[in-house]
Design a binder for this molecule. Structure first.
Ligand SMILES: Cc1ncc(COP(=O)(O)O)c(C=O)c1O
Length: 389
């Protein structure tokens, strides 16, 4: 991987001499994506260029790319505007009955938690927030212990936002699927950077906002469904694109008993109206790069960078907050000086050296991506003040 780094680096030259180790906050467009967006904008300036078939091809090809990233079938991939919207699509698609419950780790990203905070009063359901274990981690066994006969779903992140902790979704899926409990996965911090196999995980759906590791900007989310899952999640919204037949009924005598209102197969039923071609263009082109780099390889590279970052930071007197062992480590980590003020000071010092990282509740979040190499890690470590001073 390291030998091919230069090839990918050219795509990310826009940051100049900044070392951007903040991909867990926001990704940015590779050069090929910028070029494609400019081309799209130039074409969109003339309505004569509008190409319905070309747009549909763009969406279909992007579905196929997301399918390759997640292990889902292309027809089981849908697009949303964010992770929040994807989680709401899933949560509102269940026939909740008063007394049902949903299990969510207490430290989950708000987009996951708030989805269920919002619906719990409406449906009379219970939100079971499971505290972390003594080591401060999400514990799949504790989630399973919180499940009972009234549990309809578990919702959690694959890779957690604050420290990069990677949950064992397959272990959860193996418990939940045979019991008919849905597993909704937020993969915003994973998709593009980690291998995902939705069917091996036995997850209901895996969703992500595309502006981080998918390098496609804000405003486009993806949700991939496991085999058969789209038949269990009722479309809470419907529109022009949701059904098999497009009505053209000038008498407005729509008859929903005639069989006309058949949902499209798979995840196509969740696409209500026209889609955002500009964002889809960005995602399509960024995914060509991500798939070429290949998350099964880049995740290994990412974990090597994390190991070096952790060893170097430890030698400089920092505490590694993240679990970086192979079972739960990911492509980013959190470090701390031991105090928020100390961590903020270090973030500022690094910014002065044109190194961008983020301050988050567990400390200094350091998030390189596949185009970074060991020289970048060395530059970071040399800039990192000893003992956080
Ligand atoms: C785990 C996780 N999920 C989701 C999001 C973004 O959520 P949304 O798409 O609702 O803005 C983030 C952003 O930091 C995140 O870290």
């Amino acid at each position: 991987m390291t030998t091919t780094q230069g090839h990918y680096r050219e795509e990310f030259a826009a940051t100049g001499d900044w070392l951007y180790f903040d991909h867990a906050s926001t990704g940015y467009y590779p050069a090929r994506t910028v070029a494609a967006i400019q081309e799209y904008a130039a074409r969109a300036a003339n309505p004569i260029n509008y190409d319905t078939a070309g747009n549909e091809r763009l969406r279909q090809e992007t579905r196929e790319q997301v399918a390759r990233l997640t292990g889902a079938l292309p027809e089981n991939v849908a697009f949303t505007s964010s992770l929040s919207e994807a989680m709401n699509l899933l949560a509102n698609g269940l026939d909740w009955v008063a007394g049902d419950n949903v299990v969510v780790p207490a430290g989950e990203f708000p987009s996951v938690t708030y989805t269920f905070v919002n619906i719990r009063k409406r449906y009379g359901i219970e939100l079971r927030r499971v505290p972390p274990n003594a080591a401060g981690r999400t514990d799949i066994d504790a989630l399973i212990a919180a499940i009972d006969d009234n549990t309809r779903a578990v919702a959690l992140s694959h890779v957690e936002w604050a420290d990069g902790y990677r949950n064992d979704i397959a272990a959860l899926g193996a418990y939940c699927r045979p019991r008919g409990i849905e597993v909704f996965v937020d993969a915003t911090q994973a998709m593009g950077a980690q291998p995902i196999d939705i069917d091996a995980w036995q997850a209901t759906a895996v969703a992500a906002h595309a502006y981080k590791w998918l390098l496609a900007g804000h405003g486009l989310g993806v949700v991939a469904f496991g085999a058969g899952a789209a038949n269990r999640i009722y479309p809470a919204y419907a529109g022009f694109h949701s059904f098999e037949t497009v009505l053209d009924d000038s008498s407005y005598s729509y008859d929903d008993t005639s069989g006309t209102f058949e949902f499209k197969p798979g995840a196509l039923r969740y696409q209500t109206g026209g889609f955002d071609k500009l964002s889809m263009t960005a995602l399509h082109v960024s995914l060509s790069l991500i798939l070429d780099a290949d998350p099964t390889r880049t995740s290994v590279h990412g974990s090597e960078l994390v190991q070096r970052l952790a060893a170097g930071a430890t030698a400089r007197g920092y505490q590694v907050v993240s679990d970086i062992e192979p079972a739960h480590g990911s492509q980013f980590l959190a470090l701390t000086t031991g105090s928020v003020a100390g961590d903020q000071h270090v973030v500022d010092i690094l910014a002065g050296q044109r190194i961008k990282v983020a301050l988050r509740p567990k400390g200094i979040r350091v998030a390189p991506y596949f185009y970074h190499d060991h020289n970048d890690v060395e530059r970071f470590l040399q800039a990192l003040p000893t003992g956080g001073q």
